[in-house]
Design a protein around this ligand. Structure first.
Ligand code: SF4
Length: 394
């Protein structure tokens, strides 16, 4: 497949983080330092009773990391402190949720570095649908062998399957993201899903292209338990937006964001939801400063991520990367039909051997197959796995 000429920034290796210096946060009350001091005091002054051995170990590492932060000491692999958008998330939490949040962010960020598997993935990404109304130039949806309906990859998740997944995850993990290969708002039962999620997870996230963000849906999202709502927008101006986000209308997007923002201000002024505009840095013209100028009035954060060449995963050149892929210790993706996959770079699920209709998520995460993939990565043999051998994620 021909890669779009708009894509000119292709990293040699891609880590799961924002593009350097691209994160803009409009309303982080006080300074970042003040929030860090607040975390340090919380860790020092709270009594953490009835914690598991695993949690006590994490708390020991967190406390030591915060001392090192303030004493300017070097960090080791087990050290972790909150940064960037996490400080905003932490600041918005009720005090009785702060411990849960710190434990979850530690697992999310630090377990992939220490190669700790745990009982469950720190985050589960569920796709309500694999269908998308856009054909963005950097996305696998433009691969017709994937998005053509008759090829079997397209579909909506059954609501009962969704509930079964949530029932297993409730109380076991904190982070669930609704999104992966398709546009979640295309699922007619998304509002029912949001209601079912209420009160069950701290790190609930929804990604959307905002094209179907009606007043009704805005109310449903704002009265839900979503912690972070991500609008996927890759440009500040109409020309670039519509070239990149094929099928998208800049006017409609602007109107939908205005409407959402108006409803939020008027009816949900105490809402703790964090809104973010996120873009993929596919070329040098995409700038978070420009995006902040245009979209910053509607959202609290703006950020860019580096491009992952998943528009043509299976034809990318084989590379010689040897680093382990963090996804194998961080997230599990569950497709609309129940297939469990380690990532969405592999959008045709070559790496998948399991389905949550038949197996528990916990068992899949700790299965022989998952361990085999992890071990190949740890032994610097990811080149023996397809599509890992063509992937730049570490
Ligand atoms: S294809 Fe392999 S290396 Fe790439 S994100 Fe997926 S699991 Fe990681």
């Amino acid at each position: 497949m021909q890669r779009s000429e708009l894509i000119t920034l292709i990293p040699k290796e891609r880590k799961k983080e924002y593009k350097k210096d691209s994160l803009r946060i409009s309303n982080l009350e006080g300074t970042k330092l003040a929030v860090q001091k607040n975390v340090r005091s919380f860790l020092k002054e709270s009594k953490f009773l009835n914690q598991s051995k695993e949690n006590l170990n994490i708390l020991k590492n967190l406390k030591s990391s915060y001392e090192k932060l303030f004493n300017n000491e070097e960090f080791l692999v087990e050290d972790f402190v909150l940064s960037g958008h996490e400080l905003l998330e932490y600041q918005k939490l009720d005090v009785d949720h702060k411990l849960r949040y710190l434990l979850y962010r530690y697992k999310y960020n630090s377990y992939p570095k220490q190669f700790v598997t745990g009982d469950y993935p720190p985050c589960v990404q569920i796709e309500p649908t694999s269908i998308c109304n856009y054909r963005c130039v950097m996305c696998y949806q433009k691969d017709i062998s994937f998005s053509k309906k008759s090829n079997g990859f397209m579909g909506h998740m059954d609501i009962n399957l969704f509930k079964k997944i949530i029932d297993e995850l409730e109380g076991k993990i904190e982070a669930v993201t609704l999104a992966s290969r398709g546009e979640p708002t295309l699922h007619q039962k998304l509002p029912e899903m949001l209601k079912y999620l209420n009160g069950k997870f701290l790190g609930l996230k929804l990604n959307t292209n905002a094209s179907l963000l009606t007043e009704k849906l805005s109310h449903e999202i704002l009265s839900s338990d979503i912690q972070t709502l991500v609008f996927s927008i890759d440009a500040a101006d109409k020309e670039n937006y519509e070239k990149i986000r094929v099928n998208g209308s800049y006017e409609k997007l602007t109107k939908n964001l205005e409407t959402f923002h108006r409803i939020k201000e008027k009816h949900y002024s105490k809402s703790k939801i964090i809104t973010r505009v996120s873009g993929v840095a596919i070329n040098e013209t995409i700038s978070s400063d420009d995006m902040q100028k245009v979209w910053g009035k509607f959202v609290e954060t703006v950020a860019l991520v580096n491009f992952a060449p998943l528009d043509d995963t299976y034809n990318n050149p084989i590379n010689n990367l040897e680093g382990s892929c963090s996804e194998l210790w961080r997230r599990m993706f569950i497709w609309w039909d129940g297939k469990a996959n380690p990532c969405d770079v592999d959008y045709k699920s070559i790496l998948s051997k399991s389905n949550v209709n038949k197996e528990m998520i916990k068992d899949i995460w700790n299965s022989e197959w998952y361990d085999l993939i992890r071990n190949k990565h740890l032994e610097k043999k990811r080149g023996e796995l397809n599509p890992c051998k063509r992937c730049i994620n570490t």
